[in-house]
Design a protein around this ligand. Sequence first.
Ligand SMILES: NC(=O)c1ccc[n+]([C@@H]2O[C@H](COP(=O)([O-])OP(=O)(O)OC[C@H]3O[C@@H](n4cnc5c(N)ncnc54)[C@H](O)[C@@H]3O)[C@@H](O)[C@H]2O)c1
Length: 252
Amino acid sequence: MSGFKGRTALVTGAANPGGMGRSHVLLLAERGANVIAADIDRAGAEATVAAATKLGVKAYALVADIRDLQAFKRALGEAAAAVGPVDILVNNAGVGGERLAFDAIDEAAFDRMFEVNVRGGFFLSQAVAVSMKQRGWGRIINISSQFGIAGASNASHYAGAKAALIGFTKTWARELAPYNITVNAVAPGYIDTPMTARTVADPARLMARLTTVPAARKGEPIDISYAVAWLASDEASFVTGQVISPNGGETI
Ligand SMILES: NC(=O)c1ccc[n+]([C@@H]2O[C@H](COP(=O)([O-])OP(=O)(O)OC[C@H]3O[C@@H](n4cnc5c(N)ncnc54)[C@H](O)[C@@H]3O)[C@@H](O)[C@H]2O)c1
């Protein structure tokens, strides 16, 4: 796979030491991209940037809440001035893990799920696409979930939010293809991160979950980063509007 030298990648939700966003940042940086690690968590974002800098690329910590789009866009302007305009956007910031039956989801729980997982990525992509269009090259990768494809018991607010990202992906792909911008979604299966830590920590829940995965293992963040890096690469220039679900065969 060719490298990302000369490209700048923005990954949202990139602070968590064991999370997928940091893994995406570090793989893209290892392959030569300058990186912007965005998160609400300053210390975590700065630690991601410190690790990326050691790989010899320019790296910038964008600290903002994706629900506050004006503040986020201001910070994005400063980040782009420091490391370059965004060529690759990975909409990874998300909230999840909350299990509520359909009739127990109140307006606050619904809004929390949609504000971060859906609204934030929508308007950030809109902002970033302006300069991608001007430069005639771009990659937008939306991090959905296999729950957005197959549904999930007691998580319809999360599954619905992740399904919305698939709708955006297919529609933006059509609208942005004439500008040489591809838009794809990665829909992870069960990945071992802080978001799923409670399941992993409970042996009974872990075993129950793994019986549904033909590969008989949980995924690691890097399993998802490889899919992200391929979709961001020149090799994937004819791939757009697609959903890749690395999930060990759990949803086929
Ligand atoms: N772990 C899984 O099994 C799994 C499966 C499918 C999809 N996903 C999705 O993958 C993505 C990454 O998840 P993860 O498991 O690495 O979890 P994570 O909690 O490590 O990552 C989410 C990151 O988003 C950040 N974030 C949350 N709210 C924010 C806000 N308002 N503004 C800015 N940043 C904010 C958090 O601080 C965190 O660093 C999420 O979108 C998640 O829904 C996870």
